[in-house]
Design a binder for this molecule. Structure first.
Ligand code: UDX
Length: 437
């Protein structure tokens, strides 16, 4: 087994560190955020991710996993350093803010040793790895190697995606540089996971292309969802039918209020901005459309609410779901919270419910009302908005809740609630891209 360091303990770094420890490696994870390191060292996960807290605690108990604020301590016993810092959106142009990468590399320089390998996992604009490699060559000649190993994990499925990924992509300057990392991922590779060893630029672009493709699929189906609304067709049946064609596939064709989170929105903007820099604006203009279609989904729900209620002011609206997707408490760029905030600005009395994200909502959106139970959210409501498809919402008993509301009206922003039980309980249910019931 190998000793590894992980630089950055955000979503990616924490998951990677705990998963690598579960494979038997000895992992020291570093962050500049002392509070986060303290929490992680005590076995407290600063975010919700199914299955991860168990791996974290197991790693701490066996001593395979430790969290430190001293970079030299993290790096000294190890030759492999995973770079897992954040690359948020810098500004309105969509450019990535690479300051955390720059900061990490310039701190790591003091503790790198000949024979070390840096493994970049952060999502970066194409060309970043080449720049880092050139910097390392100036400082260490060829003594310190770089491998670019993009991460494809989905929140809510992060442990599974890290331990059993669809593929492992390794961007290198020289083919043999990948060997040391293949050793680290040996258990996963033995399961038959494909390994793609390629150049830096291709490795970086695999990640950009995958996210751009997924985002495009969602906006494609959402554009058709509007077309279905115009002519009275049904987007779910349409998606099922085209999805049977294996060239198309059914995944990521769920129409609704669109994509959010810390990755897809920022990654398509970063790709567009990089394409602009490279003189390829025309070829990548479609990403602006993908982004715009996606933003319009949020406005569409507002318009529907206004159509149904007339004047929104002082209307009581229950919002089911705050996180950008189920099985996560991540509220970054959450479509549900954009909608909730806009309704609040229009004077509505909003009550947000979410199985796990309420602490985050209270912290970052203190102006919004929140409810700890579904019943409390429904009480006296003029309208219910179902915006994040947690399974508990699909298990709601519409008969029981019918008696709590002022008006039995629900907009299903994720098109997953079964109409039969709601309609027979006296509700009107409105979907996006399929006829209301
Ligand atoms: C995404 C990529 O899937 C992952 O590979 C990458 O590493 C990080 O970005 P994640 O942000 O966790 O992962 O969420 P994902 O499951 O991709 O969903 C993104 C958004 O799209 C969510 O808001 C989800 O609700 C929405 N979505 C997804 C749809 O609106 N329709 C769909 O059919 C699928």
């Amino acid at each position: 087994m190998t000793r590894l360091s992980v630089i950055g303990t955000g979503y990616l770094g924490t998951t990677h560190a705990a998963c690598m420890a579960s494979l038997g490696h000895e992992v020291a994870a570093f962050d500049v955020d002392a509070e986060r390191i303290k929490a992680l060292s005590s076995g407290n996960l600063p975010f919700y991710e199914p299955g991860l807290a168990e791996l974290l605690r197991a790693g701490l108990e066996t001593g395979k996993l430790k969290f430190v604020t001293d970079l030299s301590e993290a790096m000294s016993g190890s030759n492999i350093h995973f770079l897992c810092v954040g690359t948020p959106q810098a500004d309105k142009t969509g450019k990535s803010d690479l300051s955390q990468i720059e900061q990490a590399i310039s701190s790591m320089v003091h503790f790198l040793k000949p024979g070390d390998t840096i493994v970049g996992k952060s999502t970066v604009p194409v060309g970043t790895a080449k720049t880092i490699r050139e910097f390392l060559e100036i400082n260490f000649q060829s003594e310190v190697k770089l491998v670019w190993n993009p991460e494809f994990l989905r929140e809510g499925l992060a442990v599974k995606d890290t331990l059993h990924p669809d593929r492992i992509v390794l961007g290198v300057k020289n083919k043999e540089d990948s060997k040391v990392i293949e050793q680290v991922y040996q258990a996963t590779i033995k399961e038959g996971t494909p390994v793609i060893v390629t150049d830096f630029a291709t490795a970086e672009l695999v990640k950009s292309a995958a996210n751009a493709f997924l985002a495009t699929k969602i906006s494609f189906i959402n554009a058709f969802s509007d077309l279905c609304d115009s002519v009275g067709a049904d987007i779910t049946t349409l998606a099922d039918a085209i999805g049977y064609d294996s060239r198309i596939g059914r995944k990521f064709l769920n129409a609704g209020i669109g994509f959010g989170g810390g990755c897809l929105p920022k990654d398509i903007r970063s790709l567009k901005s990089r394409a602009d820099e490279l003189g390829l604006s025309a070829q990548f203009k479609f990403l602006d459309e993908v982004d715009e279609i996606n933003q319009t989904r949020r406005t569409k729900v507002l318009q529907l609410a206004i159509e149904q209620l007339g004047n929104i002011s002082n209307k009581q609206i229950a919002i089911l779901g705050a996180s950008f997707k189920p099985n996560s408490d991540d509220i970054r760029d959450s479509p549900a919270l954009t909608i909730a905030t806009e309704l609040h600005k229009l004077g509505a009395k909003v009550k947000v419910h979410d199985p796990v994200a309420i602490p985050a909502v209270n912290r970052y959106f203190p102006e919004l009302g929140t409810s700890l139970t579904i019943e409390e959210a429904f009480e006296d409501a003029d309208l219910i908005l179902h915006l994040t498809e947690w399974t508990e919402y699909q298990a709601i008993d519409p008969i029981h809740l019918r008696n709590l509301v002022k008006s039995p009206l629900i907009i299903d922003g994720r098109n997953v609630l079964e109409p039969a039980s709601w309609v027979s309980a006296g509700w009107k249910i409105i979907y996006l891209g399929k006829p209301s019931s």
